[in-house]
Write a protein that binds this ligand. Structure first.
Ligand SMILES: [Ca+2]
Ligand SMILES: [Ca+2]
Ligand SMILES: [Ca+2]
Ligand SMILES: [Ca+2]
Length: 263
């Protein structure tokens, strides 16, 4: 009897170990290089990038006409992909193209500000702006001044390469800089609007054409479990490890009690 129980305990521990090792492997790897890798269009360890598509507007030049916007995350960054009906155009100089991602990070229309170009919606806490060929800028709403103000975000960057195998625009922004500092603030419902300013004359493009869509933080694995070194993952992993530890402890106590009974 005791031998059988030990075998069963071994199997259970083996399953727990497999579960632990598989969570370590959970991660969506996006290279922010302007090339659309497979990870954007597949489910990686259960995490599928979110997406919203936009129609081919006949009055908008195809290289600034949004076809698709996608998003995903790992433990450090939120990633965006912008694809247009032709190879996306990023222009610098005096009339730069600009892409705005307006995000209501806390899903609270009463916090944050109004932005006309983002479908005249309110409640935006952060604006991520790809400013021509220059940089990715991050703006946060200051309720004191009633305006969006630039904040330092050295970890933000973008990838753009017209010679890439599948040329798209890729953007990364640190979750921390977006005010997403724990699994509790990494929510699935962040009302958002994307605005592509073609830099010259109207019309510009929006997705959606009115209202907003819900940007989310990692579906269905809200936070990937790729590392144990702090940040958002630590909350999740600590909980997981605590549960695993408690489970293992219960098994050990149960095994010991049975061993005592059969001595
Ligand atoms: Ca890429
Ligand atoms: Ca469009
Ligand atoms: Ca808000
Ligand atoms: Ca549109």
């Amino acid at each position: 009897m005791f031998v059988i129980l030990c075998r069963r305990l071994e199997i259970v521990f083996a399953i727990v170990l497999v579960l632990l090792s598989s969570t370590v492997a959970l991660a969506v790897t996006i290279n922010v290089d302007g090339n659309r890798e497979l990870a954007w269009d597949t489910s990686t360890n259960g995490q599928t990038p979110g997406q919203i598509t936009d129609v081919d507007e006949s009055l908008i030049t195809n290289d600034v006409d949004i076809e698709e916007f996608k998003w995903t995350n790992d433990t450090t960054y939120l990633y965006f992909l912008v694809d247009t009906y032709d190879i996306p155009r990023i222009a610098g100089g005096l009339s730069p193209t600009r892409i705005y991602v307006c995000i209501d990070v806390d899903n609270d229309v009463n916090s944050g500000g109004y932005y006309g170009n983002c479908n005249s919606q309110s409640g935006f806490d952060k604006l991520v702006v790809l400013n021509g060929t220059t940089s990715v800028e991050l703006y946060t709403y200051n309720s004191g001044t009633g305006s969006f103000e630039p904040v330092s975000s050295p970890g933000s960057s973008f990838g753009y390469d017209t010679g890439a195998a599948v040329p798209v625009i890729e953007i990364q922004v640190p979750l921390n800089d977006l005010g997403i500092t724990s699994s509790a603030t990494c929510i699935q419902t962040m009302p958002s609007v994307v605005y592509y300013d073609n830099g010259t004359v109207d019309p510009d493009d929006n997705v959606p054409d009115s209202g907003n869509f819900n940007l989310g933080c990692g579906l269905p694995t809200a936070i990937t479990l790729e590392s144990f070194d702090g940040g958002i993952s630590s909350t999740y992993n600590s909980t997981f490890l605590l549960l695993t530890g408690a489970f293992g402890g219960l098994l050990a106590v149960g095994g010991w009690a049975l061993w005592r009974r059969h001595r």
